[in-house]
Design a protein around this ligand. Structure first.
Ligand code: UDX
Length: 463
């Protein structure tokens, strides 16, 4: 099928590359010329395991193109994905101006052939109808300009107005760091629309994924396709992320109680997670959830609820538990070191989770801020964030180039991100370089025995 993906951020680029890989002819559009140039040269603007390789292979097969020409993209695609950012506004609402600009742009280039316009961006509930309205505005503007332009016949102008399209909500559930795997091995595909024709085209688009042709385990049953109305599909996205965020806040609350009664939250999580009604995933206690999705989506859902006169108390509690949890490492440092003023604290990891270079809403940022406020000197080491990478607006932290330099002169270390390579560091050597070999394991990730043998005092979360 012919596909156009507009916006080559995380979701757009991964979607475009994966759809090209399963045989569709994809044009990815971005208005950032520099980025387009980079991608045309086969380079990925984001760090995501496996993405560059897949991008280059699809590029060579001729299935994947990059361009900044929206008109050409709209002319090419039977299916047009809107995959631009919807960043949070200070109020917690989503900023939908990029979606609006793209929808208007699509409208102004529609030429009469039937198109499916897909909302892939996480848009506020009710955006399906809104996107339809904006696209029609774009169509009307073009029609007006055609009527007033010299040399344009009334027939041409009328044809521009007779566009046929449907809007589909197709939320994305991929996780950073395993985005390609998640795209080819989804738990479900959600399609929201009131048009049977659009749903049929979307099903055809995803058929190789539904049939597990690209799955890791091809013997698995077909991927369930959940067809809903537009608002329900939009709600599925918010409700999924809010549930997962709440689940983590729940286990963090349990961890804090475990700390006080002397239980071990990792054992408790295993004990409750084996109940199939609960499930074992997303029960890892730690320093809280962050990233580009959970914080934004939970706030947006709270906001939507408020707009419709409902006080979403549970979601608000999930957020406030998370805010407190982000500073749990500071509390533990105070217990271990007492006064933090004049002490040096080293952070192992900065990104909001491993296998990504994403620092958006990362718990590390709150930690750095609070520790600096209390007068501690903060150093950090992260496998992917370099000192120059941290220079963009993040101050009060010295980024070291290796774990030993980080440990040198520290009074305590805090494991912030569960990067796999942190399991195998030379902890004896690191302990020997520290003033106080204390490790606050903010992800319950390290082996207590290994750390203690290396000479550390080990402090986990809720254990
Ligand atoms: C999430 C959703 O998982 C994904 O479906 C959606 O499309 C986007 O948001 P992502 O933000 O990439 O994906 O990360 P995820 O792996 O879900 O982790 C989110 C945060 O929760 C991270 O900060 C992580 O460290 C934290 N987390 C996760 C925990 O603290 N405990 C857990 O048990 C799981």
């Amino acid at each position: 099928m012919r596909v156009c993906v507009i916006g080559t951020g995380y979701v757009g680029l991964v979607t475009g590359v994966c759809l090209a890989h399963i045989g569709h002819h994809v044009i990815c559009i971005d208005n950032n010329e520099e980025k387009v140039k980079l991608m045309k040269a086969g380079q990925s603007p984001i760090y995501e395991p496996g993405l560059s390789e897949l991008m280059q292979a699809s590029h060579q097969s001729g299935n994947l193109e990059f361009s900044s020409d929206l008109a050409a993209g709209v002319a090419h695609g039977e299916i047009l994905f809107i995959a631009v950012g919807t960043p949070p506004l200070p109020t917690g609402e989503s900023d939908t101006r990029y979606v609006e600009a793209v929808a208007r742009g699509i409208g102004s280039h529609l030429d009469g052939g039937y198109k499916v316009i897909v909302n892939k961006s996480t848009v506020p509930i009710g955006s399906g109808d809104w996107v339809r309205m904006i696209v029609l505005d774009g169509v009307a503007e073009r029609q007006k300009s055609l009527v007033t332009a010299e040399g344009t016949s009334v027939e041409q102008a009328t044809a521009a107005a007779e566009v046929k399209f449907d809007v589909v909500s197709n939320p994305e559930f991929l996780r950073e760091g395993s985005a390609i795997y998640d795209t080819f091995n989804p738990d479900r595909i959600v399609l929201g629309s009131n048009s049977e024709k659009a749903i049929a085209m979307m099903k055809e688009l995803y058929d190789p994924i539904v049939q597990r042709q690209v799955a890791e385990d091809k013997s698995l049953p077909l991927v369930p396709v959940v067809v809903t109305d537009i608002s329900s599909a939009e709600m599925v996205k918010y409700a999924s992320n809010s549930f997962l965020a709440t689940k983590i806040s729940f286990i963090n609350e349990i961890a804090n109680i475990c700390d006080r009664v002397g239980a071990d939250v990792t054992q408790v999580a295993r004990g409750i997670g084996l109940d199939s009604r609960i499930g074992g995933k997303f029960l890892e206690a730690g320093i809280g959830w962050g990233g580009s999705c959970f914080p934004k989506d939970v706030s947006a859902l709270i906001h939507t609820a408020e707009d419709y006169g409902f006080d979403a108390q549970l979601l608000k509690a999930a957020v406030s538990v998370n805010q407190r949890q982000r500073l749990i490492a500071v509390e533990k440092l105070q217990q271990e070191l007492k006064i933090l003023k004049g002490k040096t604290v080293g952070l192992l990891g900065l990104t909001f989770k491993p296998d990504t270079d994403d620092m958006r809403d990362a718990p590390a940022l709150n930690l750095i801020e609070q520790l600096s406020r209390l007068g501690a000197k903060v150093k950090a080491y992260d496998p992917i964030i370099s000192a120059s990478g941290m220079s963009h607006g993040i101050s009060n932290v010295i980024v070291e180039s290796d774990p030993e330099r980080l440990a040198d002169g520290c009074d305590a270390l805090v494991l912030v991100t569960d990067w796999e390579q942190f399991r195998k560091l030379d902890y004896s050597q690191m302990a020997s370089l520290m003033n106080h070999p204390v490790m606050i394991d903010g992800r319950n990730f390290l082996d207590r025995k290994v750390l203690e043998t290396a000479g550390f005092r080990y402090v986990g979360i809720g254990r």
